[in-house]
Design a protein around this ligand. Structure first.
Ligand SMILES: [Zn+2]
Length: 143
């Protein structure tokens, strides 16, 4: 039995590029992403919360530091280093295994789960992360 609660970070602006795509997704382009995080626990805190929404500033700070106005690039993108090296001051890059919607959901799951476990002494954890690039398209990763 796992209790859950959910928080959504709306309109996080960042870019990405699908370097293997045979269409327009291979161009660097941006979205205002929504990141929906579902938390779980086996036992609640002293307030009866899965996580205290007021004490999740570390997640917001991580998003602002790493994704806000960044460009997510896949480590395997053969042009990534070349693009950034051409004008390093123009880029805030977040390198990940795969910067597709699906890849970002998996990536953020790993990052957020580790942060939540650290902050709660492993009392709480992340159950799923859903990433939406717009109103129509999203992907999720869950344990
Ligand atoms: Zn896109």
């Amino acid at each position: 039995m796992t209790l859950t609660c959910t928080k959504t970070y709306f309109d996080v602006p960042f870019a990405h590029r699908q370097h293997l795509h045979d269409g327009h997704c291979s161009f660097v382009h941006g979205h205002n992403w929504d990141i929906r995080v579902t938390f779980g626990c086996e036992r609640t805190d002293e307030n009866g919360f899965v996580v205290d929404f007021g004490k999740l500033k570390f997640l917001k700070a991580w998003i602002e530091e790493n994704l806000d106005h960044a460009c997510a690039l896949s480590r395997g993108d053969p042009l990534a280093r070349k693009l950034v090296a051409a004008a390093p001051e123009a880029w805030k890059v977040y390198y990940c295994d795969e910067c597709s919607c699906e890849g970002l959901a998996r990536e953020l799951f790993g990052v957020f789960d580790a942060l939540v476990r650290r902050e709660t002494g492993s009392r709480a954890f992340v159950v799923s992360v859903e990433v939406s690039e717009d109103k129509k398209n999203s992907a999720a990763f869950s344990r």
